[in-house]
Design a protein around this ligand. Structure first.
Ligand code: NAD
Length: 301
């Protein structure tokens, strides 16, 4: 039987519709809406396109969206002052500083300067600590792993008691995802193994996974014969393997490939996510969800 494809674009659409409806409801009841500030330093094309999409989506949600563009030459102190300004602004519930920052600015210093209660990216050590404690302590799970958990849940892939193998131990994906999936509770309670560049015999770990998450950033790393028949394969990898001319726009676009071989896995896996169109679209939906939650926390105070 062919694997069920988990469509990130469709799941994102459903989540965004829910967020939009809840925001409208809050606006009617209280006259208030979530506020998100997106801070962009410089003009790195990838960062500009990510921020543009975040701004557009936040506006579609009905959020109060403030966009701050600082020049590449801005000093670390100017950026820290900007962050502090929005830490103090009660109409702003979420602060997003687009990474990476120019080399002369210490990224950690900037992340640490964000009020943890407004850190909707979930990168501040306080939020990482909250995630580790789990349950009601968790406030803002980082968006990519949160998107994966949401995808599994909405696709009906149970995690309870499952063997989950995650290939990749980054602070952005592998480590937080492992914590979320081994926590006690709903959409969790799995037995989790994290594999990385120091892992001996990666194949043997992958072969016993009920849920295999590939987040290494190596095109085609996971061989089809390493996947257990019927397993759920979540491919987080986004690897640029070349360029092509887009049929839609006639412009050059990157050819993207995941860490797995999607076509070969269609006849092996039970569930699979495509690249692009799988995990990628979920990240922005979870950013919007974290921002709505940040707003809800202040309303409940
Ligand atoms: P990273 O480079 O920080 O971490 C990669 C991890 O994979 C490391 O822990 C490393 O030990 C492990 N790894 C690398 N090669 C390996 C190998 N041959 N065998 C075993 N382990 C290996 O990367 P990251 O930020 O976690 O991102 C991983 C991938 O996911 C990248 O392709 C990235 O573009 C993609 N990504 C996608 C999204 C999204 O779709 N929204 C978000 C974040 C990252």
């Amino acid at each position: 039987m062919q694997a069920q494809i988990i469509n990130g674009l469709e799941i994102r659409k459903a989540i965004l519709e829910e967020i939009k409806a809840e925001t409208a409801e809050y606006k009617t009841k209280t006259g208030k809406v979530p506020g998100l500030v997106t801070i962009l330093v410089g003009e790195n094309p990838a960062s500009v396109s990510y921020v543009t999409l975040k701004v557009k989506t936040a506006l579609e949600m009905g959020f109060n969206e403030v966009q701050v563009n600082l020049p590449e030459s801005c000093t670390e102190q100017e950026l820290l002052d900007t962050v502090e300004k929005y830490n103090r602004d009660d109409s702003i519930h979420g602060i997003l500083v687009q990474l990476p920052l120019p080399k002369h600015i210490d990224e950690n210093k900037v992340i640490y300067a964000i009020d943890p209660d407004k850190d909707v990216d979930g990168f501040h050590p306080v939020n990482i600590g909250r995630l580790l404690l789990g349950g009601k302590h968790t406030k803002y799970p980082p968006c990519t792993p949160a998107g994966i958990v949401e995808m599994l849940s909405r696709a009906g892939v149970g995690t309870e008691g499952k063997e989950v193998v995650i290939v990749g131990r980054s602070n952005l994906v592998g480590k937080p995802l492992a914590n979320m999936l081994c926590a006690k509770g709903k959409n969790a309670n799995a037995t989790v193994t994290i594999c990385h560049t120091g892992t001996k015999d990666l194949a043997s770990h992958c072969k016993r996974a009920d849920i295999l998450v590939a987040a290494a950033g190596c095109p085609g790393l996971i061989k089809p014969e390493w996947v257990k028949p019927g397993a759920c394969v979540i491919d987080v990898g986004v690897n640029r393997v070349g360029e092509k001319i887009s049929e839609k726009t006639g412009k050059k676009v990157a050819i993207l490939k995941g860490d797995t071989d999607f076509d070969a896995l269609l006849d092996i896996a039970g569930y699979i996510t495509p690249v692009p169109g799988g995990v990628g679209p979920m990240t922005i939906a979870m950013l919007m969800k974290n921002t709505l939650n940040a707003f809800k926390y202040t309303m409940e105070k």
